[in-house]
Design a protein around this ligand. Structure first.
Ligand SMILES: NC(=O)c1ccc[n+]([C@@H]2O[C@H](COP(=O)([O-])OP(=O)(O)OC[C@H]3O[C@@H](n4cnc5c(N)ncnc54)[C@H](OP(=O)(O)O)[C@@H]3O)[C@@H](O)[C@H]2O)c1
Length: 319
């Protein structure tokens, strides 16, 4: 099969488009004929060999050289075959999901069945491949960890990126009081996704404007903002939740108002998301699509940052 392979850590140039053996699914896995796969921050971490989460990412990605040679976690496609113990899926099912270890930048990809679900019927594979990782983060933060309630005031910091665009929509399932923080050219997008208030961070600092929120979700990470910055912008019982688990893990262990997440992908969340997508309450924003052979360019594009939604890699035509 065709795949994008890397044998050493480094910049996007390490990615090579070549022929490799088609994988065989294990007992609990489905083998997906990949139609589309999307680019996430975790792909950059695996590709560069960065040590994050106190070395955990090296344990996953490899210490001296890559443990797994194909990147890509998110995927949408068609079930090609299933392992002996798979009960939920059969050959031909259209499925989306993300495995624990990457492999989606290829024509075929193994995913454990508990990390996949039937693809939303009203989405193309390109749109569906944009969902798993980013939308599961939004679900995990707002529903699983902070149990967002009807009418709460929620601020999404980084509302225009992969995670942020889903976070606005997940918050809107519960409350109309959603404030999006983004840069100037993303304002109309945040409005269209349902944000009531928009703060352009290039013009206004939300931490000094006197407003308070029940939930502040930092969907940017990389310490662009901290709990300390946000403290005065939280209500008395307000919660600060961040995608940057490393920034808060030990520091705020006993502070229930500070949460860092390491988001899971599983069938239950993907099923929930599919229902919302089919009810037209959640959609994907895809900024740009690249063919599989240009995966290195997709990584370069992602790394420029300031994205509107997701970067997706199309593996076969007619998605
Ligand atoms: N913990 C987990 O389980 C988990 C899982 C997935 C991802 N993540 C993390 O989540 C973060 C977001 O991922 P993503 O894929 O959504 O990234 P992304 O698509 O690149 O989005 C990041 C957004 O951050 C905004 N931004 C950049 N600089 C900013 C600043 N100084 N102030 C405010 N906003 C700024 C950008 O918006 P503008 O264009 O408007 O500037 C951009 O759209 C990453 O740090 C990633 O590592 C964590």
């Amino acid at each position: 099969m065709k795949a994008v392979v890397y044998d050493k850590f480094g910049p996007p140039d390490v990615l090579e488009f070549k022929d490799v053996d088609k994988p065989t699914p294990k007992d609990n896995e489905i083998l997906l004929k990949v139609h589309a796969t999307s680019v996430n921050a975790i792909d950059m971490i695996f590709r560069s060999g960065a040590s994050l989460l106190f070395g955990f990412t090296k344990v996953m990605a490899g210490f001296r050289k890559p443990k797994v040679n194909i990147l890509g976690f998110d995927a949408s496609g068609e079930v090609d075959s299933v392992g002996n113990k798979v009960t939920k899926f059969k050959k031909g099912d259209l499925v989306y999901g993300a495995a624990m270890l990457p492999g989606g930048n290829a024509e075929y990809y193994r995913i454990a069945e508990e990390r996949a679900a039937l693809k939303p019927a009203n989405m193309t594979h390109i749109e569906a491949a944009a969902v798993p990782d980013a939308a599961c983060v939004a679900y995990s933060a707002l529903i699983d960890k902070v149990s967002i309630q009807e009418g709460q005031k929620v601020l999404i910091y980084g509302a225009s990126g992969g995670v942020g665009t889903f976070a606005i929509q997940v918050a809107r399932l519960f409350t109309t009081e959603v404030t999006a923080v983004c840069s100037t050219d993303k304002i109309s997008n945040a409005k269209e996704l349902g944000a009531k208030e928009i703060i352009d961070y290039t013009q206004e600092n939300f931490t000094t404007n006197g407003q308070v929120y029940d939930i502040i979700f930092d969907a940017v990470g990389r310490k662009k903002i901290t709990y300390k910055d946000c403290k005065k912008s939280l209500t008395k019982k307000g919660i600060y939740i961040t995608v940057d688990l490393e920034a808060v893990l030990f520091k705020y262990m006993f502070n229930k108002r500070v949460i860092g997440i390491f988001a899971p992908v599983n069938t239950q969340i993907l099923d929930f998301l599919r229902e919302q997508i089919e009810a037209r309450k959640i959609k994907s924003i895809v900024e740009k699509t690249f063919p599989l052979s240009q995966t290195a360019d997709a990584h370069r594009y992602y790394e420029k940052g300031h994205l509107k939604g997701k970067v997706v890699i199309s593996v076969i035509n007619n998605n």
